[in-house]
Write a new protein. Structure first.
Lengths: 230, 424
Protein backbone atom coordinates (compact mmCIF):
# COMPACT_ATOMS: atom_id res chain seq x y z
CA UNK A 1 0.00 0.00 0.00
CA UNK A 2 2.98 2.28 0.57
CA UNK A 3 5.69 2.35 -2.01
CA UNK A 4 8.91 4.30 -2.24
CA UNK A 5 10.48 4.55 -5.69
CA UNK A 6 14.13 5.60 -5.92
CA UNK A 7 13.57 8.04 -3.14
CA UNK A 8 16.26 10.54 -2.27
CA UNK A 9 16.34 13.55 -0.05
CA UNK A 10 19.00 16.21 0.16
CA UNK A 11 19.08 18.76 2.94
CA UNK A 12 20.96 21.98 2.70
CA UNK A 13 22.55 23.16 5.87
CA UNK A 14 24.93 26.12 5.94
CA UNK A 15 25.20 25.91 2.20
CA UNK A 16 26.43 22.31 2.27
CA UNK A 17 24.29 19.63 0.73
CA UNK A 18 23.66 16.64 2.90
CA UNK A 19 22.20 13.54 1.35
CA UNK A 20 19.97 11.98 3.96
CA UNK A 21 18.43 9.44 1.66
CA UNK A 22 19.96 7.92 -1.43
CA UNK A 23 17.84 6.18 -4.01
CA UNK A 24 15.71 4.11 -1.69
CA UNK A 25 13.13 1.62 -2.94
CA UNK A 26 10.70 0.07 -0.53
CA UNK A 27 7.30 -1.51 -0.64
CA UNK A 28 5.10 -1.83 2.43
CA UNK A 29 2.17 -4.21 2.22
CA UNK A 30 -1.15 -3.66 3.86
CA UNK A 31 -1.31 -5.04 7.39
CA UNK A 32 2.44 -5.39 7.58
CA UNK A 33 4.37 -4.55 10.71
CA UNK A 34 7.65 -3.05 9.66
CA UNK A 35 10.55 -1.67 11.65
CA UNK A 36 13.05 0.78 10.24
CA UNK A 37 16.26 0.57 12.20
CA UNK A 38 19.63 2.21 12.00
CA UNK A 39 21.92 4.56 13.82
CA UNK A 40 21.04 8.16 14.16
CA UNK A 41 21.77 9.93 10.90
CA UNK A 42 21.16 6.75 8.92
CA UNK A 43 18.11 8.29 7.26
CA UNK A 44 15.44 6.21 8.99
CA UNK A 45 13.45 9.19 10.23
CA UNK A 46 13.73 10.90 6.88
CA UNK A 47 12.38 7.78 5.18
CA UNK A 48 9.45 7.68 7.58
CA UNK A 49 8.71 11.40 7.04
CA UNK A 50 8.68 10.92 3.30
CA UNK A 51 6.49 7.82 3.49
CA UNK A 52 4.10 9.73 5.74
CA UNK A 53 3.99 12.70 3.35
CA UNK A 54 5.31 14.98 6.06
CA UNK A 55 8.08 16.02 3.72
CA UNK A 56 8.61 16.02 -0.02
CA UNK A 57 11.43 13.98 -1.57
CA UNK A 58 14.15 15.67 -3.62
CA UNK A 59 13.91 12.85 -6.15
CA UNK A 60 11.76 9.81 -6.59
CA UNK A 61 8.22 9.34 -5.44
CA UNK A 62 5.99 7.83 -2.80
CA UNK A 63 2.98 5.89 -3.96
CA UNK A 64 -0.04 5.30 -1.78
CA UNK A 65 -2.30 2.55 -3.05
CA UNK A 66 -0.62 3.02 -6.40
CA UNK A 67 -1.17 6.77 -6.59
CA UNK A 68 1.82 9.07 -6.80
CA UNK A 69 1.69 11.54 -3.89
CA UNK A 70 4.02 14.02 -5.55
CA UNK A 71 1.05 14.99 -7.69
CA UNK A 72 -1.09 15.63 -4.59
CA UNK A 73 -1.98 19.13 -3.53
CA UNK A 74 -1.10 20.22 -0.04
CA UNK A 75 -4.74 19.91 0.89
CA UNK A 76 -4.87 16.35 -0.42
CA UNK A 77 -1.73 15.46 1.53
CA UNK A 78 -3.22 17.00 4.65
CA UNK A 79 -6.39 14.97 4.41
CA UNK A 80 -4.38 11.87 3.54
CA UNK A 81 -2.37 12.23 6.77
CA UNK A 82 -5.47 13.11 8.69
CA UNK A 83 -7.62 10.24 7.49
CA UNK A 84 -5.30 7.38 6.59
CA UNK A 85 -2.32 7.89 8.88
CA UNK A 86 -1.82 7.94 12.61
CA UNK A 87 1.31 9.20 14.32
CA UNK A 88 3.05 8.26 17.56
CA UNK A 89 6.14 10.24 18.47
CA UNK A 90 8.93 9.70 20.98
CA UNK A 91 8.02 12.99 22.60
CA UNK A 92 4.36 12.78 23.35
CA UNK A 93 3.31 16.23 22.13
CA UNK A 94 0.36 16.25 24.44
CA UNK A 95 -1.22 19.39 25.71
CA UNK A 96 -0.84 18.96 29.47
CA UNK A 97 -3.45 21.49 30.43
CA UNK A 98 -6.08 19.85 28.29
CA UNK A 99 -7.98 16.71 29.18
CA UNK A 100 -7.17 13.32 27.74
CA UNK A 101 -10.34 13.60 25.68
CA UNK A 102 -9.31 16.94 24.13
CA UNK A 103 -5.87 15.56 23.27
CA UNK A 104 -7.20 12.42 21.64
CA UNK A 105 -9.90 14.24 19.74
CA UNK A 106 -7.50 16.52 17.81
CA UNK A 107 -7.39 14.58 14.50
CA UNK A 108 -11.19 14.34 14.54
CA UNK A 109 -11.51 18.07 15.12
CA UNK A 110 -9.06 18.79 12.32
CA UNK A 111 -11.17 16.56 10.11
CA UNK A 112 -14.28 18.49 11.10
CA UNK A 113 -16.14 15.43 12.37
CA UNK A 114 -19.55 15.69 13.97
CA UNK A 115 -19.83 15.72 17.74
CA UNK A 116 -21.50 12.32 17.87
CA UNK A 117 -18.80 10.79 15.71
CA UNK A 118 -16.11 12.42 17.81
CA UNK A 119 -17.61 10.97 20.96
CA UNK A 120 -17.94 7.38 19.80
CA UNK A 121 -14.55 7.34 18.03
CA UNK A 122 -12.72 8.84 20.99
CA UNK A 123 -14.35 6.48 23.44
CA UNK A 124 -13.47 3.52 21.23
CA UNK A 125 -9.85 4.67 20.88
CA UNK A 126 -9.46 5.23 24.61
CA UNK A 127 -11.05 1.88 25.40
CA UNK A 128 -8.62 0.23 22.98
CA UNK A 129 -5.66 1.64 24.92
CA UNK A 130 -7.34 0.95 28.26
CA UNK A 131 -7.66 4.57 29.34
CA UNK A 132 -11.40 5.06 29.07
CA UNK A 133 -11.55 5.76 32.80
CA UNK A 134 -9.08 8.66 32.47
CA UNK A 135 -10.98 10.48 29.75
CA UNK A 136 -11.52 13.65 31.77
CA UNK A 137 -8.12 13.77 33.45
CA UNK A 138 -5.64 16.43 32.55
CA UNK A 139 -2.92 14.96 30.38
CA UNK A 140 -0.20 16.35 32.63
CA UNK A 141 -1.45 14.22 35.53
CA UNK A 142 -0.75 10.96 33.72
CA UNK A 143 2.29 8.71 33.98
CA UNK A 144 4.69 8.37 31.05
CA UNK A 145 3.21 5.08 29.93
CA UNK A 146 -0.29 6.45 30.14
CA UNK A 147 0.76 9.51 28.14
CA UNK A 148 2.13 7.33 25.35
CA UNK A 149 -1.10 5.33 25.41
CA UNK A 150 -3.01 8.59 25.00
CA UNK A 151 -0.80 9.28 22.00
CA UNK A 152 -1.63 5.87 20.57
CA UNK A 153 -5.30 6.57 21.12
CA UNK A 154 -4.81 9.86 19.26
CA UNK A 155 -3.13 7.96 16.41
CA UNK A 156 -5.92 5.42 16.44
CA UNK A 157 -8.89 7.73 16.52
CA UNK A 158 -10.67 8.00 13.21
CA UNK A 159 -9.53 4.55 12.00
CA UNK A 160 -6.21 5.08 10.20
CA UNK A 161 -4.79 2.51 7.80
CA UNK A 162 -1.19 3.12 8.79
CA UNK A 163 0.33 4.10 12.12
CA UNK A 164 3.78 5.67 11.98
CA UNK A 165 5.58 5.33 15.28
CA UNK A 166 8.84 7.24 15.72
CA UNK A 167 10.74 5.76 18.68
CA UNK A 168 7.48 5.06 20.52
CA UNK A 169 9.21 3.56 23.53
CA UNK A 170 12.21 5.87 23.57
CA UNK A 171 10.98 7.90 26.51
CA UNK A 172 9.63 5.00 28.56
CA UNK A 173 11.17 2.55 31.02
CA UNK A 174 11.32 -1.06 29.85
CA UNK A 175 8.13 -2.19 31.61
CA UNK A 176 5.87 0.54 30.34
CA UNK A 177 7.69 0.42 27.03
CA UNK A 178 6.81 -3.25 26.71
CA UNK A 179 3.15 -2.50 27.41
CA UNK A 180 3.10 0.17 24.73
CA UNK A 181 4.77 -2.21 22.27
CA UNK A 182 2.16 -4.81 23.10
CA UNK A 183 -0.57 -2.37 22.41
CA UNK A 184 0.85 -1.40 19.02
CA UNK A 185 1.28 -5.03 17.95
CA UNK A 186 -2.23 -5.82 19.07
CA UNK A 187 -3.56 -3.06 16.88
CA UNK A 188 -1.58 -4.47 14.01
CA UNK A 189 -2.79 -8.02 14.54
CA UNK A 190 -6.34 -7.40 15.54
CA UNK A 191 -7.33 -4.41 13.51
CA UNK A 192 -4.98 -4.99 10.62
CA UNK A 193 -3.48 -1.55 10.86
CA UNK A 194 -0.20 -1.28 9.01
CA UNK A 195 2.53 -0.37 11.44
CA UNK A 196 5.71 1.48 10.50
CA UNK A 197 8.03 1.75 13.50
CA UNK A 198 11.23 3.74 13.49
CA UNK A 199 13.47 2.64 16.31
CA UNK A 200 17.00 1.82 17.33
CA UNK A 201 15.69 -0.57 19.96
CA UNK A 202 16.69 -4.03 18.72
CA UNK A 203 14.09 -5.79 20.89
CA UNK A 204 11.25 -3.76 19.49
CA UNK A 205 12.53 -4.20 15.96
CA UNK A 206 12.90 -7.93 16.54
CA UNK A 207 9.23 -8.28 17.22
CA UNK A 208 8.19 -6.82 13.87
CA UNK A 209 7.39 -8.93 10.79
CA UNK A 210 9.96 -7.13 8.75
CA UNK A 211 13.07 -5.17 9.63
CA UNK A 212 14.63 -2.62 7.32
CA UNK A 213 18.11 -1.64 8.33
CA UNK A 214 19.47 1.64 7.11
CA UNK A 215 22.93 3.07 6.92
CA UNK A 216 24.10 6.33 5.39
CA UNK A 217 20.85 6.91 3.63
CA UNK A 218 20.56 3.49 2.06
CA UNK A 219 18.74 0.28 2.91
CA UNK A 220 21.41 -2.24 3.78
CA UNK A 221 19.16 -5.10 4.92
CA UNK A 222 15.53 -6.07 4.46
CA UNK A 223 14.63 -9.00 6.70
CA UNK A 224 11.25 -10.59 6.28
CA UNK A 225 10.24 -13.12 8.91
CA UNK A 226 8.03 -15.84 7.53
CA UNK A 227 6.63 -16.82 10.84
CA UNK A 228 5.68 -14.08 13.25
CA UNK A 229 6.22 -14.80 16.87
CA UNK A 230 2.93 -14.72 18.66
CA UNK B 1 -11.80 22.05 11.55
CA UNK B 2 -15.16 23.65 12.04
CA UNK B 3 -15.38 27.38 12.55
CA UNK B 4 -16.75 26.95 16.03
CA UNK B 5 -13.86 24.65 16.93
CA UNK B 6 -11.42 27.24 15.59
CA UNK B 7 -12.93 29.96 17.75
CA UNK B 8 -12.97 27.67 20.78
CA UNK B 9 -9.37 26.66 20.21
CA UNK B 10 -8.29 30.27 19.77
CA UNK B 11 -10.09 31.30 22.92
CA UNK B 12 -8.59 28.44 24.91
CA UNK B 13 -5.13 29.29 23.65
CA UNK B 14 -5.57 32.86 24.84
CA UNK B 15 -6.52 31.76 28.32
CA UNK B 16 -3.48 29.56 28.58
CA UNK B 17 -1.40 32.60 29.40
CA UNK B 18 -3.83 34.77 31.26
CA UNK B 19 -1.39 37.43 32.38
CA UNK B 20 0.04 38.03 28.95
CA UNK B 21 -3.38 38.08 27.33
CA UNK B 22 -4.73 40.43 30.00
CA UNK B 23 -1.87 42.87 29.53
CA UNK B 24 -2.29 42.91 25.77
CA UNK B 25 -6.04 43.34 26.11
CA UNK B 26 -5.34 46.18 28.53
CA UNK B 27 -3.26 48.02 25.94
CA UNK B 28 -6.08 47.68 23.42
CA UNK B 29 -8.52 48.69 26.14
CA UNK B 30 -6.67 52.00 26.58
CA UNK B 31 -6.80 52.68 22.86
CA UNK B 32 -10.42 51.70 22.51
CA UNK B 33 -11.39 53.65 25.62
CA UNK B 34 -9.70 56.77 24.28
CA UNK B 35 -11.23 56.38 20.85
CA UNK B 36 -14.70 55.87 22.29
CA UNK B 37 -14.25 58.94 24.50
CA UNK B 38 -12.92 61.25 21.79
CA UNK B 39 -15.58 60.06 19.41
CA UNK B 40 -18.18 60.52 22.14
CA UNK B 41 -17.11 64.13 22.69
CA UNK B 42 -17.33 64.76 18.97
CA UNK B 43 -20.77 63.20 18.75
CA UNK B 44 -21.92 65.06 21.87
CA UNK B 45 -20.79 68.28 20.33
CA UNK B 46 -22.41 67.52 17.03
CA UNK B 47 -25.68 66.62 18.72
CA UNK B 48 -25.66 69.83 20.68
CA UNK B 49 -24.76 71.96 17.70
CA UNK B 50 -27.36 70.17 15.63
CA UNK B 51 -30.06 70.92 18.19
CA UNK B 52 -28.87 74.50 18.23
CA UNK B 53 -28.57 75.23 14.53
CA UNK B 54 -31.68 73.40 13.58
CA UNK B 55 -33.83 76.06 15.21
CA UNK B 56 -33.98 77.95 11.94
CA UNK B 57 -34.98 76.02 8.89
CA UNK B 58 -35.74 76.91 5.31
CA UNK B 59 -34.79 74.94 2.26
CA UNK B 60 -35.77 77.47 -0.40
CA UNK B 61 -33.82 80.38 1.00
CA UNK B 62 -30.23 81.50 0.60
CA UNK B 63 -28.21 84.38 1.98
CA UNK B 64 -26.50 86.32 -0.76
CA UNK B 65 -23.61 88.74 -0.53
CA UNK B 66 -21.09 90.14 -2.90
CA UNK B 67 -17.80 88.37 -3.01
CA UNK B 68 -14.83 90.31 -1.83
CA UNK B 69 -12.52 90.16 -4.80
CA UNK B 70 -8.97 90.65 -3.85
CA UNK B 71 -6.98 92.68 -6.16
CA UNK B 72 -9.63 95.38 -6.42
CA UNK B 73 -11.47 94.61 -3.26
CA UNK B 74 -11.86 97.11 -0.50
CA UNK B 75 -9.33 95.35 1.66
CA UNK B 76 -6.54 95.42 -0.90
CA UNK B 77 -5.62 98.98 -0.15
CA UNK B 78 -5.06 99.74 -3.82
CA UNK B 79 -6.02 103.20 -5.01
CA UNK B 80 -9.10 103.35 -7.17
CA UNK B 81 -9.81 106.00 -9.72
CA UNK B 82 -12.90 108.10 -9.03
CA UNK B 83 -15.40 108.21 -11.87
CA UNK B 84 -17.60 111.23 -12.00
CA UNK B 85 -21.22 110.49 -11.24
CA UNK B 86 -20.83 106.77 -11.84
CA UNK B 87 -23.33 105.86 -9.17
CA UNK B 88 -26.04 108.39 -9.86
CA UNK B 89 -26.24 107.93 -13.59
CA UNK B 90 -27.50 104.36 -13.37
CA UNK B 91 -28.92 103.20 -10.15
CA UNK B 92 -28.39 99.57 -10.98
CA UNK B 93 -24.71 99.82 -11.96
CA UNK B 94 -22.60 98.13 -9.36
CA UNK B 95 -19.44 99.67 -8.02
CA UNK B 96 -16.85 96.87 -8.04
CA UNK B 97 -15.12 98.31 -5.01
CA UNK B 98 -17.87 97.90 -2.50
CA UNK B 99 -19.75 94.99 -1.08
CA UNK B 100 -22.65 97.19 -0.04
CA UNK B 101 -25.52 97.21 -2.48
CA UNK B 102 -28.84 98.94 -2.85
CA UNK B 103 -32.03 97.03 -3.35
CA UNK B 104 -32.37 98.02 -7.03
CA UNK B 105 -28.82 96.87 -7.63
CA UNK B 106 -29.38 93.44 -6.16
CA UNK B 107 -32.71 93.15 -7.91
CA UNK B 108 -31.01 93.80 -11.22
CA UNK B 109 -28.54 91.05 -10.44
CA UNK B 110 -31.08 88.37 -9.67
CA UNK B 111 -33.72 89.43 -12.20
CA UNK B 112 -32.52 87.23 -15.04
CA UNK B 113 -31.70 84.17 -12.91
CA UNK B 114 -34.49 81.62 -13.26
CA UNK B 115 -35.66 80.08 -10.03
CA UNK B 116 -35.30 83.18 -7.85
CA UNK B 117 -38.73 84.45 -6.94
CA UNK B 118 -37.89 87.14 -4.45
CA UNK B 119 -35.08 89.07 -2.85
CA UNK B 120 -35.07 91.00 0.41
CA UNK B 121 -32.32 92.97 2.02
CA UNK B 122 -31.29 91.78 5.45
CA UNK B 123 -32.36 94.69 7.57
CA UNK B 124 -30.44 95.10 10.78
CA UNK B 125 -32.61 96.57 13.47
CA UNK B 126 -32.22 97.42 17.13
CA UNK B 127 -35.05 96.99 19.58
CA UNK B 128 -35.29 98.85 22.84
CA UNK B 129 -37.98 97.27 24.96
CA UNK B 130 -40.90 94.93 24.78
CA UNK B 131 -44.03 94.37 26.82
CA UNK B 132 -47.01 92.10 26.35
CA UNK B 133 -50.44 93.52 27.13
CA UNK B 134 -49.51 95.69 30.08
CA UNK B 135 -46.65 93.60 31.45
CA UNK B 136 -43.35 94.98 32.67
CA UNK B 137 -41.02 96.23 29.96
CA UNK B 138 -38.00 94.14 29.14
CA UNK B 139 -34.98 94.85 26.99
CA UNK B 140 -35.24 93.15 23.65
CA UNK B 141 -32.82 92.18 20.91
CA UNK B 142 -34.42 91.98 17.51
CA UNK B 143 -33.65 90.22 14.31
CA UNK B 144 -35.41 89.80 11.04
CA UNK B 145 -36.76 86.44 9.97
CA UNK B 146 -36.43 86.46 6.20
CA UNK B 147 -39.38 85.24 4.20
CA UNK B 148 -39.05 81.53 3.65
CA UNK B 149 -37.24 80.84 6.91
CA UNK B 150 -39.03 79.00 9.66
CA UNK B 151 -38.16 79.34 13.31
CA UNK B 152 -38.53 76.20 15.41
CA UNK B 153 -40.81 76.91 18.32
CA UNK B 154 -41.36 75.58 21.80
CA UNK B 155 -44.94 76.73 21.62
CA UNK B 156 -47.05 78.40 18.96
CA UNK B 157 -45.62 78.63 15.48
CA UNK B 158 -43.19 80.58 13.38
CA UNK B 159 -43.97 83.86 11.67
CA UNK B 160 -46.40 83.52 8.79
CA UNK B 161 -47.52 87.03 7.92
CA UNK B 162 -47.05 90.73 8.51
CA UNK B 163 -46.79 92.40 11.93
CA UNK B 164 -45.69 89.31 13.74
CA UNK B 165 -43.01 88.48 16.27
CA UNK B 166 -41.63 85.20 17.57
CA UNK B 167 -40.07 85.52 21.02
CA UNK B 168 -36.73 84.37 22.38
CA UNK B 169 -37.36 81.80 25.09
CA UNK B 170 -35.64 83.56 27.99
CA UNK B 171 -37.54 86.74 27.29
CA UNK B 172 -40.78 84.81 26.91
CA UNK B 173 -40.31 83.15 30.28
CA UNK B 174 -39.79 86.57 31.85
CA UNK B 175 -42.93 87.87 30.25
CA UNK B 176 -44.99 84.90 31.33
CA UNK B 177 -44.00 81.76 33.20
CA UNK B 178 -46.43 79.84 31.09
CA UNK B 179 -45.07 80.67 27.69
CA UNK B 180 -48.00 79.12 25.86
CA UNK B 181 -50.15 81.96 27.24
CA UNK B 182 -48.19 84.44 25.15
CA UNK B 183 -49.21 83.00 21.81
CA UNK B 184 -51.69 85.24 20.02
CA UNK B 185 -51.20 88.15 22.39
CA UNK B 186 -50.09 91.60 21.30
CA UNK B 187 -46.53 92.63 22.05
CA UNK B 188 -45.58 96.29 22.10
CA UNK B 189 -42.03 96.80 20.87
CA UNK B 190 -40.21 100.08 21.37
CA UNK B 191 -37.26 101.15 19.22
CA UNK B 192 -35.10 104.22 19.12
CA UNK B 193 -35.16 106.49 16.08
CA UNK B 194 -32.36 108.88 15.10
CA UNK B 195 -33.82 111.89 16.93
CA UNK B 196 -33.52 109.97 20.21
CA UNK B 197 -37.17 109.35 20.83
CA UNK B 198 -38.73 105.91 21.07
CA UNK B 199 -41.30 104.70 18.61
CA UNK B 200 -43.53 101.73 19.33
CA UNK B 201 -45.15 99.12 17.18
CA UNK B 202 -47.76 96.51 18.09
CA UNK B 203 -47.04 92.98 16.90
CA UNK B 204 -48.82 89.64 17.28
CA UNK B 205 -46.85 86.96 19.13
CA UNK B 206 -46.96 83.80 17.00
CA UNK B 207 -44.78 81.63 19.21
CA UNK B 208 -41.73 81.13 21.38
CA UNK B 209 -38.52 79.96 19.77
CA UNK B 210 -36.48 76.96 20.73
CA UNK B 211 -33.11 77.93 22.07
CA UNK B 212 -30.22 77.90 19.65
CA UNK B 213 -27.02 79.72 19.05
CA UNK B 214 -27.62 80.50 15.42
CA UNK B 215 -30.19 82.99 16.56
CA UNK B 216 -28.18 84.50 19.41
CA UNK B 217 -30.64 85.96 21.84
CA UNK B 218 -32.84 87.50 19.23
CA UNK B 219 -36.54 87.64 19.00
CA UNK B 220 -37.58 87.74 15.39
CA UNK B 221 -39.95 90.00 13.53
CA UNK B 222 -41.41 89.56 10.10
CA UNK B 223 -39.65 91.22 7.17
CA UNK B 224 -42.26 93.97 6.73
CA UNK B 225 -41.78 95.06 10.36
CA UNK B 226 -38.01 94.88 9.99
CA UNK B 227 -38.18 97.06 6.88
CA UNK B 228 -40.26 99.75 8.58
CA UNK B 229 -38.05 99.79 11.65
CA UNK B 230 -34.91 99.89 9.54
CA UNK B 231 -36.17 102.83 7.54
CA UNK B 232 -37.12 104.62 10.76
CA UNK B 233 -33.70 103.96 12.26
CA UNK B 234 -31.59 104.63 9.18
CA UNK B 235 -29.21 107.58 9.28
CA UNK B 236 -27.68 107.00 5.88
CA UNK B 237 -27.83 109.69 3.24
CA UNK B 238 -29.10 108.55 -0.12
CA UNK B 239 -30.38 105.09 -0.87
CA UNK B 240 -29.89 102.44 1.79
CA UNK B 241 -27.12 99.96 1.16
CA UNK B 242 -26.98 96.44 2.49
CA UNK B 243 -24.30 93.84 3.03
CA UNK B 244 -26.56 90.86 2.66
CA UNK B 245 -29.73 89.84 0.94
CA UNK B 246 -32.00 86.88 1.23
CA UNK B 247 -33.27 85.25 -1.91
CA UNK B 248 -36.35 83.09 -2.09
CA UNK B 249 -36.26 80.28 -4.58
CA UNK B 250 -39.05 78.32 -6.21
CA UNK B 251 -37.55 74.93 -5.46
CA UNK B 252 -35.68 73.09 -2.75
CA UNK B 253 -34.13 70.72 -5.27
CA UNK B 254 -30.39 70.79 -4.50
CA UNK B 255 -29.39 70.65 -8.17
CA UNK B 256 -31.57 73.66 -8.98
CA UNK B 257 -30.20 75.52 -5.96
CA UNK B 258 -26.70 74.62 -7.10
CA UNK B 259 -27.47 76.08 -10.53
CA UNK B 260 -28.71 79.31 -8.97
CA UNK B 261 -25.61 79.50 -6.79
CA UNK B 262 -23.47 79.01 -9.87
CA UNK B 263 -25.20 81.84 -11.72
CA UNK B 264 -24.75 84.12 -8.75
CA UNK B 265 -21.12 83.13 -8.50
CA UNK B 266 -20.54 84.13 -12.13
CA UNK B 267 -21.94 87.52 -11.29
CA UNK B 268 -19.61 87.87 -8.32
CA UNK B 269 -22.00 86.88 -5.53
CA UNK B 270 -21.89 84.09 -3.05
CA UNK B 271 -25.00 82.38 -1.76
CA UNK B 272 -25.30 80.23 1.30
CA UNK B 273 -28.35 78.19 2.20
CA UNK B 274 -29.26 77.15 5.73
CA UNK B 275 -28.07 73.67 4.81
CA UNK B 276 -24.71 75.13 3.72
CA UNK B 277 -24.31 76.89 7.03
CA UNK B 278 -25.15 73.72 8.89
CA UNK B 279 -22.79 71.73 6.73
CA UNK B 280 -19.98 74.17 7.41
CA UNK B 281 -20.53 73.74 11.12
CA UNK B 282 -20.65 69.97 10.81
CA UNK B 283 -17.46 70.04 8.78
CA UNK B 284 -15.72 72.04 11.48
CA UNK B 285 -16.86 69.58 14.13
CA UNK B 286 -15.85 66.73 11.85
CA UNK B 287 -12.33 68.12 11.62
CA UNK B 288 -12.21 68.52 15.38
CA UNK B 289 -13.45 64.98 15.87
CA UNK B 290 -10.97 63.56 13.39
CA UNK B 291 -8.16 65.40 15.14
CA UNK B 292 -9.17 64.00 18.51
CA UNK B 293 -9.63 60.51 17.09
CA UNK B 294 -6.15 60.63 15.62
CA UNK B 295 -4.72 60.79 19.12
CA UNK B 296 -6.70 57.72 20.08
CA UNK B 297 -5.51 56.00 16.93
CA UNK B 298 -1.92 56.54 18.04
CA UNK B 299 -2.74 54.69 21.26
CA UNK B 300 -4.31 51.88 19.23
CA UNK B 301 -1.30 51.73 16.96
CA UNK B 302 0.97 51.32 19.98
CA UNK B 303 -1.32 48.63 21.33
CA UNK B 304 -1.27 46.76 18.04
CA UNK B 305 2.47 46.28 18.47
CA UNK B 306 1.58 44.64 21.75
CA UNK B 307 -0.62 42.20 19.87
CA UNK B 308 2.15 41.44 17.38
CA UNK B 309 4.55 40.84 20.24
CA UNK B 310 2.15 38.59 22.10
CA UNK B 311 1.44 36.51 19.05
CA UNK B 312 5.06 36.22 17.95
CA UNK B 313 5.86 34.82 21.39
CA UNK B 314 2.84 32.53 21.24
CA UNK B 315 3.98 31.17 17.87
CA UNK B 316 7.41 30.40 19.35
CA UNK B 317 5.90 28.80 22.44
CA UNK B 318 3.56 26.69 20.43
CA UNK B 319 5.92 25.69 17.65
CA UNK B 320 5.73 22.00 18.58
CA UNK B 321 1.98 22.12 18.88
CA UNK B 322 1.74 23.72 15.45
CA UNK B 323 4.07 21.01 14.15
CA UNK B 324 1.79 18.34 15.55
CA UNK B 325 -1.34 19.95 14.17
CA UNK B 326 0.26 20.16 10.76
CA UNK B 327 1.46 16.57 10.93
CA UNK B 328 -2.08 15.50 11.79
CA UNK B 329 -3.33 17.22 8.67
CA UNK B 330 -4.30 20.73 9.69
CA UNK B 331 -3.89 23.06 6.71
CA UNK B 332 -2.08 26.38 6.62
CA UNK B 333 -5.35 28.25 6.37
CA UNK B 334 -6.63 26.80 9.63
CA UNK B 335 -3.39 27.55 11.47
CA UNK B 336 -3.54 31.08 10.12
CA UNK B 337 -7.18 31.32 11.16
CA UNK B 338 -6.47 30.22 14.73
CA UNK B 339 -3.78 32.84 15.25
CA UNK B 340 -5.80 35.51 13.47
CA UNK B 341 -8.77 34.69 15.63
CA UNK B 342 -6.65 34.99 18.75
CA UNK B 343 -5.56 38.38 17.56
CA UNK B 344 -9.09 39.48 16.74
CA UNK B 345 -10.34 38.14 20.09
CA UNK B 346 -7.73 40.22 21.91
CA UNK B 347 -8.92 43.18 19.86
CA UNK B 348 -12.55 42.36 20.52
CA UNK B 349 -12.15 42.11 24.29
CA UNK B 350 -10.06 45.26 24.42
CA UNK B 351 -12.57 47.11 22.26
CA UNK B 352 -15.55 45.80 24.18
CA UNK B 353 -14.16 46.59 27.61
CA UNK B 354 -12.85 49.94 26.36
CA UNK B 355 -16.25 50.87 24.99
CA UNK B 356 -18.03 49.79 28.17
CA UNK B 357 -15.49 51.68 30.30
CA UNK B 358 -15.82 54.77 28.14
CA UNK B 359 -19.62 54.71 28.20
CA UNK B 360 -19.70 54.37 31.99
CA UNK B 361 -17.12 57.13 32.40
CA UNK B 362 -18.90 59.31 29.87
CA UNK B 363 -22.28 58.95 31.51
CA UNK B 364 -20.80 59.83 34.91
CA UNK B 365 -18.99 62.80 33.35
CA UNK B 366 -22.26 63.93 31.76
CA UNK B 367 -23.96 63.93 35.16
CA UNK B 368 -21.17 66.02 36.67
CA UNK B 369 -21.18 68.35 33.71
CA UNK B 370 -24.92 68.87 33.91
CA UNK B 371 -24.56 69.83 37.58
CA UNK B 372 -22.03 72.56 36.86
CA UNK B 373 -22.77 73.92 33.41
CA UNK B 374 -26.36 73.03 32.71
CA UNK B 375 -27.39 76.68 32.77
CA UNK B 376 -25.13 77.85 29.98
CA UNK B 377 -25.41 74.76 27.81
CA UNK B 378 -28.96 73.60 27.99
CA UNK B 379 -29.43 70.21 26.42
CA UNK B 380 -25.72 69.58 26.05
CA UNK B 381 -24.30 66.15 26.77
CA UNK B 382 -20.54 66.21 26.97
CA UNK B 383 -20.41 62.68 25.57
CA UNK B 384 -22.85 61.08 23.22
CA UNK B 385 -22.50 57.36 22.54
CA UNK B 386 -24.28 56.12 19.48
CA UNK B 387 -24.67 52.41 18.83
CA UNK B 388 -23.47 52.89 15.28
CA UNK B 389 -20.30 54.70 16.41
CA UNK B 390 -19.58 52.11 19.08
CA UNK B 391 -20.09 49.31 16.57
CA UNK B 392 -17.83 51.07 14.09
CA UNK B 393 -15.13 51.54 16.73
CA UNK B 394 -15.31 47.89 17.75
CA UNK B 395 -15.08 46.77 14.15
CA UNK B 396 -12.18 49.13 13.58
CA UNK B 397 -10.29 47.85 16.62
CA UNK B 398 -10.93 44.24 15.62
CA UNK B 399 -9.73 45.15 12.14
CA UNK B 400 -6.54 46.69 13.49
CA UNK B 401 -6.02 43.62 15.67
CA UNK B 402 -6.50 41.38 12.66
CA UNK B 403 -3.90 43.30 10.67
CA UNK B 404 -1.52 43.14 13.63
CA UNK B 405 -2.00 39.38 13.74
CA UNK B 406 -1.30 38.77 10.06
CA UNK B 407 2.49 38.58 10.37
CA UNK B 408 2.63 36.16 13.33
CA UNK B 409 -0.24 34.10 11.91
CA UNK B 410 1.55 33.81 8.56
CA UNK B 411 4.69 32.74 10.37
CA UNK B 412 2.78 30.07 12.20
CA UNK B 413 1.04 28.83 9.08
CA UNK B 414 4.29 28.53 7.17
CA UNK B 415 6.15 26.51 9.78
CA UNK B 416 7.57 23.23 8.55
CA UNK B 417 5.98 20.37 10.53
CA UNK B 418 9.11 18.26 10.93
CA UNK B 419 11.30 21.14 12.03
CA UNK B 420 8.57 22.36 14.35
CA UNK B 421 8.26 18.99 16.01
CA UNK B 422 11.98 19.02 16.65
CA UNK B 423 11.97 22.60 17.91
CA UNK B 424 13.41 23.00 21.38
Amino acid sequence: MLEAQSLSKTYKSDGVDYEALKDVDLSVRRGECIAIVGKSGSGKSTLMHLLACLDAPTNGSVLIDGRDTSAFSERAKNSLRNEKFGFVFQQFFLNGRDTVFENVVLPMRIRGASNAEIKTETNAALTAVGLDDKINKKAKDLSGGEKQRVCIARALVGKPEVIFADEPTGNLDSNTGAAVEELLFDLNHEQGITLVVVTHDADLAGRCDRVIEMKDGRIVADLLKEVTAQ
Amino acid sequence: MKTWDLIRTANRNLFRNKLRTTLTVLAIFVGSFTLTMTNGVGDGMRDYVESQIKNIEGDRVAMVRKKIETPNGPSSGAAVEYKEGSDESDETAIDPNTVLLTQPQIESVVRDIPGIIGVTPRYSIRGEHISVEGSKKYKVELGMLSDGLVAKTETGKSIGGPNQIVLQIGLARALDEKIENLVGKTATVGYKIPDGSIKTVDLTVTGVMTKGFMTNNNSFVSSDVAKRMFEDQSVQAGPNRFLGFTIQMDSSDPTKIEAIKKRLDEKGFEAETVADTQQRTYDAIGIFKTGMNLFAMVALLAASFGIINTLVIAVLERTKEIGLQKALGMGRGKIFAIFSLESVLIGFWGAFLGAVGAIVTGLVANQIFVKFYARSFEGFSLFAFKPISITAIMLLVCGIAFVAGVMPALRASQLNPIESLRYE
